[in-house]
Design a protein around this ligand. Structure first.
Ligand SMILES: Cc1cc2nc3c(=O)[nH]c(=O)nc-3n(C[C@H](O)[C@H](O)[C@H](O)COP(=O)(O)OP(=O)(O)OC[C@H]3O[C@@H](n4cnc5c(N)ncnc54)[C@H](O)[C@@H]3O)c2cc1C
Length: 385
């Protein structure tokens, strides 16, 4: 295949790549490549939702404080403020593209308010499909699936394109661009146990680092405490909103041990719960998520995706305590960027999980990740307009 040249080359079709492509299409032609199918992303797996202050009784100050507390105050404050204050605009943008959120917001660990906008219990799939629909009908965006970025090309210190591999035609070629956008998601597949899909291999970080871009906070890896842990079953995530709705974490003796570790118990931030579980594990305990005390009809209605998947794996959420353990879930650090997504290499930009904006600090607050992918891709950097 011959080399081509575009203004914007977007790598990745999760929330960050798709939303950036839509924003950028107002300013020039966009080529969006993705290594599998468009839908293959962590975004499409997200269950809980998107955090945003939408209720007059809630406040930006409270969402900011919750984000900083969860992040152990290692966050970049200006980035947190930008994230939280632009969240209502990000939700409005999705709604303008046809996304319908459920009326009642939910609560998740670390949040002091019911502020998680969601659509059932597989919000990410609906967000992903909404964005794919908008991108697919935009005449200024060309899409190439099964096309993997393998190397960033630099000239005089500037990123000017990439080497791509077309997995179906089995050929390698160059794509030149004014702006190279990395929206390649997380690194879960580098871990034995992860909630992340197969595509989350850290490609963007590997390529950026090989090109000499700065990385930051790579030590801040988030583990999720409630992941299905049973022999020969996948590491299926049990959303934090279950705990927001009253799910208990218990040990084999039915003890709700988290109260010993944090006053918020099941609603404490993820890192605190994981640390508590690791300490208890050393004493020989193992763990279950229990939702059996809740009304079974309501459980099936409110959590149909989780109920159906657990059934497939041999568990009934309304009758069984579900065996769980922590698993790798999210990279809080990544390619160091400013608030406009600029990396340390001119011409190279990064957004979404692969980027480190500083919003998450040492530990991400639940439902702030889809939000980050949206908020930071709504406005294109000035030099690219
Ligand atoms: C099970 C699960 C549940 C979650 N629940 C929530 C939630 O409720 N709320 C929340 O805020 N966050 C949640 N998260 C986190 C959130 O989903 C992700 O952080 C977010 O979707 C990342 O979006 P992204 O656009 O950065 O990356 P992704 O959505 O992962 O997209 C990355 C894209 O890049 C492509 N790609 C990667 N490498 C290459 C390459 N070399 N060449 C071409 N293409 C490439 C991939 O194929 C994919 O299309 C959850 C994550 C998981 C795994």
């Amino acid at each position: 295949m011959e080399s081509s040249s575009v203004k914007f080359l977007v790598i990745g079709s999760g929330i960050a790549g798709l939303n950036f492509a839509l924003s950028a299409s107002k300013y020039g032609n966009v080529l969006l490549i993705t290594k599998k199918r468009l839908i293959d992303s962590a975004t499409a797996k997200a269950q809980g939702g998107i955090a945003a202050v939408l209720d007059p009784n809630d406040s930006f100050a409270s969402h900011i404080k919750d984000t900083l507390v969860a992040g152990h105050f290692k966050n970049k404050k200006s980035a947190v403020e930008y994230l939280v204050k632009n969240a209502p605009r990000a939700i409005a943008r999705l709604e303008s593209l046809g996304m319908k959120f459920d009326k009642k917001a939910r609560r998740e660990g670390g949040h002091s308010f019911f502020r998680v906008a969601h659509a059932g219990d597989n919000t990410g799939a609906i967000v992903e499909k909404t964005l794919i629909k908008a991108v697919s009908k935009n005449p200024d965006i060309e899409i190439r699936e099964h096309t993997k970025a393998i190397k960033i090309i630099k000239k005089n210190g500037q990123a000017i394109g990439i080497i791509a591999h077309d997995e179906q035609k089995n050929c390698t070629y160059e794509i030149r661009a004014k702006a190279v956008i990395l929206a390649t998601g997380g690194i879960g597949q580098k871990f034995k146990n992860t909630t992340n899909p197969k595509i989350s291999e850290g490609d963007g970080i590997d390529m950026a680092s090989s090109a000499g871009a700065s990385l930051k906070d790579m030590q801040y890896i988030q583990f999720h405490p409630t992941v299905l842990f049973a022999p020969k079953k996948p590491r299926f995530l049990l959303t934090e909103t279950l705990r927001g709705e009253g799910a208990k974490i218990i040990n084999e003796n039915h003890e709700q041990f988290l109260k010993k570790y944090h006053p918020l118990a099941e609603l404490a931030p993820r890192d605190i719960i994981c640390n508590a579980m690791w300490k208890e594990e050393k004493k020989g305990h193992h763990f279950f998520l229990d939702f059996t005390h809740k009304d079974s009809k309501k459980t099936k209605k409110d959590f149909p995706y989780i109920y159906k998947n657990l059934k497939k794996y041999g568990f009934d959420l309304t009758k069984d305590s579900i065996p769980i353990a922590p698993a790798q879930h999210y990279l809080c650090g990544g390619i160091a960027v400013d608030l406009s997504g600029r990396t340390s290499i001119p011409g190279l930009y990064a957004y979404g999980e692969t980027a480190r904006t500083g919003v998450h600090g040492a530990n991400r607050l639940a439902s702030n990740s889809l939000l980050e992918g949206l908020v930071f891709t709504m406005d294109i950097p000035k030099e690219l307009r």
